[in-house]
Write a protein that binds this ligand. Structure first.
Ligand SMILES: Cc1ncc(COP(=O)(O)O)c(C=O)c1O
Length: 436
């Protein structure tokens, strides 16, 4: 209420219908394939929709095999488990395949990227972020290999649909004989110039994953896929995801299994959505560019990307406030506090103002090394490990890039159904936050 009544926002009225961060966008084609599944009675985890989307997505991304699963998280779990088995051998039924092993993982991401390391009894070593793309910092990765040369697996995220620096990351991993898993959950359709050739994210690592969660660039309400060129790996994931049944007439099990396969109904929605993927990417790109233009003159920058070597899918538009335009903002466990200062602002002031006008935004991902569950895991920056070397009290600029982006950054409403007129109001609200 405080914001609506503030004279700074006079003339702006709250949106009647909420403007979302990123909500599903259905087109009608989806219904046809869902109906078809019901009409033909293939209401199961087998069926034509699953077959079709596995083929379509594999072709689109440029990999030989795609396995449709119940979520991006299940795809990441099986990718991580399989990588562990390839690297360290089969585990006993009560053990994970990464038992006692360290795995490098992007730090600035959603928890689902690195949790599978723990599911498989491994220890995540979080690698700091770089300012150029907000993804894994190649310099920090190199440092991490100096500290932990035994590591053989690296999970790389393409945050918010912007590809990570895969040329550098892949070269470092190749030099150290490490395998890559790409978490392309957010980046379906994003492209990267790998050694001079354009490829899709999700085709670069040995085992890769995408998500069809309700907030993603296209959705099945839920769902995910495991992507690979390795036919044995695809076969193994398909088997694990359907309870690891052996080829017998009774239920015969020689390995631990999971119920991770995608439903043919969900696959029907995704089958219809695939026709609209490129259109969604174009809409997201237009939103990003309109924000960029609309924020001219404000002390903020958009989330950056390499214009020569990448074509992001622009799943989420984000911004970061210049350091000297930040008001004080402190965060507790689940709460926050900030000061109002004219000419300055901070993520929570902007998010509160947006909320007052019925608009959804979100802070940037809280880095994994700052999450209570992972505070005892190693964390490596471009300057090496900074665990136990807190310099805040010395007033020395932090080298913890992820923490800095978390402190100053915001995910902007990026719903592809937002009209230019609505977006102009959102931009206007944000501009006025600097006049509070
Ligand atoms: C980076 C990232 N990894 C993994 C996931 C997990 O995907 P899902 O929600 O489909 O399980 C998500 C999002 O949901 C994500 O954003």
């Amino acid at each position: 209420m405080e914001y609506i009544d503030d004279p700074v926002f006079s003339g702006i009225t709250p949106f009647e219908k909420k403007i979302y961060l990123a909500s599903p966008t259905m087109h009608g084609d989806e219904q046809k394939w869902v109906n078809e599944a019901i009409r033909t009675n293939w209401v199961s985890t087998v069926g034509e929709n699953i077959n079709v989307i596995e083929k379509t997505v594999a072709e689109y991304v440029g990999v030989k095999h795609a396995v449709a699963l119940s979520s991006g998280t299940s795809a990441l779990h099986l990718a991580t488990k399989l990588a562990g088995e390839k690297l360290y051998g089969k585990a006993l039924p009560f053990e994970g395949t990464l038992r006692g092993k360290k795995v490098f993982c992007s730090d600035c991401t959603f928890g689902a990227s690195g949790n599978p390391i723990a599911y498989e009894d491994g220890e995540a070593v979080f690698i700091d972020t770089e300012y150029d793309t907000w993804n894994m910092c190649p310099k920090a990765l190199e440092k991490a290999f100096e500290l932990y040369p035994e590591v053989k697996l690296v999970i790389v995220v393409h945050l918010y649909g912007t590809p990570a620096k895969m040329n550098e990351i892949k070269a470092i991993c190749d030099r150290h004989g490490a395998m890559i898993i790409e978490d392309a959950a957010e980046s379906l359709g994003a492209e990267y110039k790998l050694n001079g050739e354009w490829v899709q994210t999700g085709s670069i690592g040995a085992f890769n994953c995408i998500s069809f969660n309700g907030n993603k660039i296209i959705t099945g309400s839920t769902g995910g896929m495991f992507l690979t060129d390795d036919s044995d790996a695809a076969m193994k994931v398909r088997k694990w995801s359907t309870q690891s049944r052996e080829d017998a007439v009774w239920y015969q099990h020689e390995e631990i299994g999971y119920n991770y396969r995608m439903s043919n109904i969900i696959a029907g929605i995704i089958r219809g959505q695939m026709f609209h993927l490129d259109e969604h990417i174009a809409q997201k790109k237009a939103l990003y560019e309109r924000y960029e233009e609309g924020f001219k003159g404000l002390p903020v920058k958009m989330n950056p990307w390499d214009k020569e070597n990448t074509r992001p899918n622009h799943w989420l538009s984000c911004m970061i406030i210049d350091r000297d335009a930040m008001t004080s903002q402190v965060r507790g466990k689940c709460d926050f506090l900030y000061r109002r200062e004219n000419g300055k602002s901070c993520p929570h002031a902007i998010l509160d103002a947006l909320k007052a006008f019925n608009v959804e935004g979100r802070p940037i991902c809280k880095p994994m090394h700052m999450q209570p569950i992972y505070t005892s895991n190693p964390f490596v920056t471009a300057n090496g490990s900074i665990r136990g070397k807190d310099t805040d009290h010395l007033n020395v600029p932090s080298v913890d890039v992820g923490a800095d982006i978390f402190q100053r950054g915001i995910c902007l409403p990026s719903d592809n159904k937002m009209t230019p007129e609505q977006q102009d109001v959102v931009i206007d609200i944000i501009r006025r936050c600097f006049e509070l």
